[in-house]
Design a protein around this ligand. Structure first.
Ligand code: SF4
Ligand code: SF4
Length: 198
């Protein structure tokens, strides 16, 4: 949720930590764990990766970047636009490195989500999918399809095309039952909060 738009100064370190808290707040780490165990890691062959230890040089670029599965997570949580708005303000984003200065002027301020169950649910659905598939090819192709499709949905805005694209997205994730239930639970919870406020 967007919680303010007043100018503030953030350190590069703060932006990375803040981004990681967001990702963890949606349970993205659960998805990455499944992905890494199944050969889909986006960090493969990066010089900053130490085997069995992890990334040794986190930057703003890799923190901001969302693969298809993380895009799905942010999109369904209703947080993708805010995420992009936040990182669009951060200068120096590149591939596997950044040129972000030590201090950055920012205006977007987002509330850290507390929806770890979403990422956990999607990770469980992905585990189930991988246990049924004969290899990880479909898992990798699906990540790429989701990536493209969610970009197209965002670009289409409220047009008629977006309705078709959303239908296609829902078809692609039709077997992710636990994730869909987790989304419904969150929507119900939000609706309940609204009705008790009026
Ligand atoms: S590709 Fe996505 S799910 Fe896999 S490790 Fe990278 S960010 Fe995580
Ligand atoms: S710099 Fe980016 S791609 Fe490389 S290991 Fe770290 S998070 Fe992964």
């Amino acid at each position: 949720m967007l919680v303010g738009d007043e100018l503030y100064i953030a350190t590069r370190r703060y932006l990375i930590d803040y981004g990681m808290r967001h990702l963890n707040g949606l349970g993205a780490d659960h998805i990455c764990k499944v992905c890494i165990q199944n050969g889909g890691s986006c960090c493969r062959s990066c010089n900053h990766l130490v085997d069995r230890v992890g990334c040794q040089n986190r930057n703003t670029s890799c923190t901001a970047w969302l693969c298809g599965y993380l895009k799905l997570l942010f999109y369904k949580a209703g947080l993708i636009k805010n995420w992009h708005t936040f990182w669009d303000e951060v200068p120096g984003i590149d591939f596997r490195k950044d040129f972000t200065p030590p201090l950055v002027k920012m205006t977007t301020h987002l509330e850290v989500p507390m929806m770890r169950e979403l990422g956990e649910a999607l990770a469980n659905d992905l585990k189930l999918k991988l246990s049924r598939d004969k290899d990880n090819i479909d898992f990798i192709v699906l990540a790429s399809d989701l990536d493209e499709l969610i970009d197209e949905i965002e670009f289409a805005g409220n047009s008629d095309i977006s309705t078709q694209l959303i239908k296609r997205l829902n078809y692609l994730i039709k077997d992710f039952h636990e994730f869909q239930q987790a989304i419904k639970n969150i929507e119900l919870h939000k609706w309940g909060e609204k009705t008790t406020q009026v």
